[in-house]
Design a protein around this ligand. Structure first.
Ligand SMILES: [Fe+2]
Ligand SMILES: [Fe+2]
Ligand SMILES: [Fe+2]
Length: 430
């Protein structure tokens, strides 16, 4: 396949991220999808211009991405919100580097600004787009649903609650649009339907954009930051793994296109970690069996999240099989020997290499001698590919230097990110 032919769907890609952050708890299951469905229908009712629809859909799908811990996520599900700007501006900081999605990031930034009789047209001197108000209303409708109870039993109460906030929290025209669409039982049944994916796919197909290999690389670099920056403990991990995996692929003289695929796989390899609560990622003592089981699930879920993206099959195998072992003792699929592509074997080596050589807040990384001892042992007992271990041994300095530099850059970015967050926290929670 030539480089120009590589195309994947932007909505499918964003949906994978959306699903990943909602899988963190059953309480949040489908929240982003539900909000997207509601926001789209309100936008359609007020005839939002179609060129604005795509950004609204993307923003809705990941609007709470800035709520980093499980507790943060649960907090923003309360109808009467407490300090909402922290997660919205954090979301903006994480997303505004996404190519061509600046407007989506701005929509996320102000998705909790109340209308206040028109005062909510701007916030601290910035314009608040109408899409942010749509998203806000859609979000508050979604959090008003009691998931344990029959939906049609609740609709009157929800409509009443929303109407009571017309012109206060919510733009009155949008409340009116909501009132109109909420008369249909199907609107409510769709929101809680197990077929919500099917409903959303029809919408996505109408407003989707295609992403080529270079764009995918840029977007997934931002994903890697979202995955890593949830915690200081993981803040530079994906950057290191990506650099090591790509460097090995280049040493093996892979084509330019395949090296970019390897890089993308590196960025995505721990996407399933988004569903591991930061409370577990940052636990200072060793994990209980139950907590470790949650961590182990990350490659299983990562695989199926990425499996929903058409055209990403090869990259997914490189990314998601990094805990599989040649001798069939890995997880979660216990794939053996020749069934593991070279890309998957490289990722496994890159993940181990990075994990043992990188510094963590609670321990120093290993030196060359110790790291090689571990890798060679794993090559000998056939858990890693011994030919690849040999390549690493022969090129240890180059690979390690590249890893250190990439992780240094990531650490600087992380420091900048936490500084920005501190500022936001001070400004909006004072
Ligand atoms: Fe929110
Ligand atoms: Fe939300
Ligand atoms: Fe992993």
């Amino acid at each position: 396949m030539s480089k120009n032919e590589f195309k994947i769907s932007l909505s499918q890609l964003i949906l994978a991220l959306s699903d990943a952050v909602d899988m963190i708890s059953p309480v949040l299951n489908n929240h982003h999808k539900q909000v997207t469905y509601i926001a789209y229908n309100i936008a359609k009712q007020i005839k939002l211009p179609s060129e604005k629809m795509s950004d609204l859909i993307i923003a809705s799908l990941i609007h709470d991405i800035g709520a980093l811990s499980l507790q943060d996520r649960v907090d923003v599900m309360a109808f009467e919100e407490n300090n909402p700007y922290y997660h919205t501006i954090n979301g903006y900081i994480l997303l505004h580097d996404l190519p061509n999605l600046e407007r989506a990031a701005e929509i996320v930034k102000y998705h909790h600004v109340p209308w206040q009789d028109g005062g909510g047209k701007s916030f601290m001197g910035d314009t608040v787009h109408i899409e942010s108000h749509i998203l806000y209303l859609a979000d508050r409708i979604a959090v008003s649903i009691n998931r344990k109870d029959n939906i049609l039993k609740q609709t009157d109460k929800i409509i009443k609650r929303i109407k009571s906030q017309s012109n206060l929290k919510f733009h009155p025209d949008l409340v009116k649009a909501f009132e109109d669409i909420s008369k249909k039982d199907a609107f409510w049944l769709d929101i809680v339907s197990f077929c919500i994916d099917k409903k959303l796919n029809i919408i996505f197909n109408k407003y989707d954009q295609e992403v080529n290999l270079e764009e995918l690389s840029e977007i997934t670099a931002v994903f890697a930051r979202i995955i890593d920056f949830r915690s200081r403990f993981t803040s530079v991990h994906s950057s290191g793994v990506t650099e090591v995996a790509e460097t090995i692929a280049r040493l093996l003289k892979w084509s330019e296109e395949d090296c970019i695929k390897m890089r993308i796989a590196g960025y995505l390899h721990d996407i399933g970690k988004l569903m591991v609560p930061t409370e577990i990622l940052e636990k200072p003592s060793s994990l209980t069996k139950e907590e470790y089981n949650i961590v182990r699930e990350h490659t299983y879920h990562g695989y199926y999240l990425l499996d929903n993206i058409d055209g990403l099959e090869e990259i997914n195998e490189y990314a998601s099989f990094h805990h599989e072992r040649l001798d069939g003792t890995g997880y979660p699929f216990r794939i053996k020997g020749e069934d593991l592509k070279e890309g998957s074997r490289i990722m496994a080596v890159a993940d181990v290499f990075t994990a043992i050589t990188e510094d963590r807040p609670y321990r120093k990384g290993m030196n060359e001698k110790n790291a090689l001892r571990v890798l060679e042992q794993m090559g000998k007992n056939l858990s890693l590919d011994s030919d690849l271990v040999q390549i690493v041994k022969e090129n240890f300095d180059i690979i390690n230097r590249k890893r250190i530099n990439a992780q240094k850059r990531a650490a600087e970015e992380y420091e900048e990110f936490t500084k920005k967050l501190e500022k936001v926290k001070k400004k909006y929670t004072a």
